[in-house]
Design a protein around this ligand. Sequence first.
Ligand code: PGA
Length: 247
Amino acid sequence: MARQFFVGGNWKMNGSVEQVKKLVEMLNGFNVPANTEVVVAPPALYLDRVHQNIKKEIKVAAQNTYIKASGAYTGELSPQMLKDMGLEWVIIGHSERREYFKESDELVGEKTQFAIEAGVSVIACIGEKLEEREANITNDVVARQMKAIAKYVKDWSKVVVAYEPVWAIGTGKVATPEQAQDVHAYLRKWLAENVSQKAADETRILYGGSVNGANCKTLAAKPDIDGFLVGGASLKPEFGDIINSRQ
Ligand code: PGA
């Protein structure tokens, strides 16, 4: 089964009422190819507004959810709440959450499974830091992160993996198509050996980290790159080119 191309836009903590209105207008003007799944992740406060106004070809994701359905967890959102609002996706384990909010591999695994059980699909993020790449332990790091996710996940059809080398996020320093392809191929092999051949064949593996309108086509041409998770460029008109980057 061919893996459907997937493009995610992570707005991070950006936007205002005015900007969100303009972004939705921009997105509604894009051509979304039938063979491409597009999901955008606004800040939580704007989720419903975006969801209410965006065209149906574009889905809306939260940037984080917790591992409880409700209760005394000030500041958190549950995947059940997303479901209640008609939202189908969440980003889990972004490197900024791991770094600034001290999310562990274990918590990322738990959050991923909890969201899936609530009926929300997950963009699960992994990736090595610069010093880890320089120490030649990239594969070990991503394998460790995948293992913590695989420990919890039962239904891989609800997971999209985003490989995002931390040194490439927001830095303008994109991984070369070869560097990205090498890690993606390794992750697919890891899935075949540790989960199942089906999971390896069918799970979309996205690349993220300084993807833009100029570099997306050569990355998208690589056999194991099934799409992108885009930060900065998802707030700009070039996001339309990225959505259309699969030849
Ligand atoms: P960037 O961010 O495209 O701005 O590098 C990617 C991400 O954090 O998902």
